[in-house]
Design a protein around this ligand. Structure first.
Ligand code: S3P
Length: 436
């Protein structure tokens, strides 16, 4: 696929359902009583990995396209899988399911792709082991024969559920995946479990689990859960994913003569840092028709071409926009002056090392960017030229650099465009519908 800069972008679109909320709908539905119906479910590869893992755990899940039916079996209804659970590329599947598996009376083996095999899992092993579960990592070359165990702290690994006790855990990282794993294990513990984060991360688990009937409370950056609730199946309508909308926000802002209305986007404040950042950079952005859907705030977002300037992005905002930093870096390259992204060392342990990969690709396009230990500094305003983009099979890199290529001179190519399907299978088609 060749990307060039001959277009402006006009019209309306609805981005696919939110990835974080789609995963949670399947997981919470599986451990609830009765039927959960999820509409506008994201049919991205990551969420399909979650469906296949729960099917292997004995849950009937009917995938009818944008609607999915989960026939829940209650808190104690999962059965021991006869196969390894394949989590694919999905960190959310790996970490959240581990919290549920920590409370089961059987052993489960998990493995994923080359990227998952590098991602740190000790961050969930430590608290879940304190609660009473046990984990064993396996040598990657000899797996699944399980001839050699190791202490890599990465997949593949086995989890043996135990009799769990509640803990009060102070997490070193603001990570909704870590928080959610602990809260899910807390459903099976003897007594109350709580997690305190350095900064509040996305709170979809707290909102949705409470809707299913869990006794869960939040106080600032601490969430607490009481064990053994009766969870009942729900109807969930998944809002559009703000992380997917972010590419169209950036595209509309940096492409001259463009105007895009993105409909039905989840704007939960623990996710909406991209909106604050775009506004702080001088972006012309308006939120319309604000409403609440399935307990989550939703709005339509109107974006118009803007003359952007640099900004400082850091501190408590980082967890609210962590997945959007690659596309914010692209926006920064088109903005006047310096943009400083700091406190974002978590970027190094995402689907790729996003500090290194964003730096490499923006440099290849002629941008001025310096990587730092916890982010990057971009001196914007230099015209970008097309380049061959090294995606590292990271969906967010592929989509961010498509946006850059659509505003660069010459031709941009991606070494793997298909990885966008991890979170946004119709990304390129949706761009074409708006291109004029
Ligand atoms: C997610 C949490 C974030 C985010 C990921 C989805 C979730 O990861 O980057 O794409 O659904 O809980 P961390 O919890 O590792 O920050």
């Amino acid at each position: 696929m060749k990307i060039t800069n001959n277009y402006s972008f006009h019209g309306e679109l609805s981005v696919p359902g939110d990835k974080s909320i789609s995963h949670r709908g399947i997981m919470f539905g599986a451990i609830s009583n009765g039927l959960t119906e999820i509409t506008n479910f994201l049919q991205g590869a990551d969420c399909l990995s979650t469906i296949s893992c729960f099917q292997k755990l004995g849950i009937l899940i009917e995938n009818h396209g944008s609607s999915v039916l989960v026939h829940g079996k209650g808190l104690h209804g999962l059965s021991a899988p006869s196969q390894i659970l394949d989590v694919g590329n999905s960190g959310t599947t790996t970490r959240l399911i581990s919290g549920i598996l920590a409370g089961q009376s059987f052993e489960t083996a998990l493995d994923g792709d080359h990227s998952i095999r590098k991602r740190p899992m000790q961050r969930i092993f430590t608290p879940l082991s304190q609660m009473g579960a046990s984990f064993q990592c396996w040598d990657q070359a000899s797996f699944p024969a399980r001839q050699e165990c190791c202490d890599s702290g990465c997949a593949p690994f086995t989890v043996r559920g135990g009799h769990l006790k509640g803990i009060h855990y102070h997490s070193q990282v603001a990570s909704a995946q870590v928080k959610s794993a602990i809260l899910l294990a807390g459903l099976y513990a003897e007594d109350e479990t709580s997690v305190t984060e350095p900064v509040l991360s996305r709170n979809h688990t707290e909102l949705m689990l409470s809707g299913f009937g869990a006794c869960i409370t939040s106080d600032g950056a601490t969430a607490s859960i009481r064990p053994e609730p009766v969870l009942n199946g729900q109807n969930i309508h998944v809002p559009g994913d703000i992380s997917s909308a972010a590419y169209f926000i950036a595209l509309g802002l940096i492409t001259p003569h463009s105007e895009i209305l993105i409909q039905n986007v989840g704007v939960n404040p623990t996710r909406s840092g991209i909106l604050d950042t775009a506004l702080a950079m001088g972006g012309n952005l308006t939120l319309l028709n604000k409403r609440t859907v399935s307990g989550e705030p939703v709005a339509d977002i109107l974006v118009k071409s803007s003359h952007l300037h640099g900004a400082v992005v850091g501190g408590a905002a980082i967890p609210t926009l962590i997945d959007e930093i690659p596309v914010i870096a692209v926006m920064a390259a088109f903005a006047e002056g310096a943009t400083v992204i700091q406190d974002a060392q978590e970027l190094k342990v995402k689907e790729s090392d996003r500090i290194a990969v964003v730096t490499e690709n923006l440099k290849a396009m002629g941008a001025s960017i310096v990587p730092t230990e916890d982010g990057m500094v971009i001196e914007g305003g230099r015209p970008l030229k097309g380049a061959r983009i090294h995606t590292c099979q990271d969906h967010r890199i592929a989509m961010s650099f498509t946006v850059a290529g659509l505003n660069a001179s010459g031709e941009t190519t991606l070494d793997d465009e298909n990885c966008a399907a991890i979170s946004y299978p119709s990304f390129y088609e949706d761009i074409l519908t708006l291109a004029k």
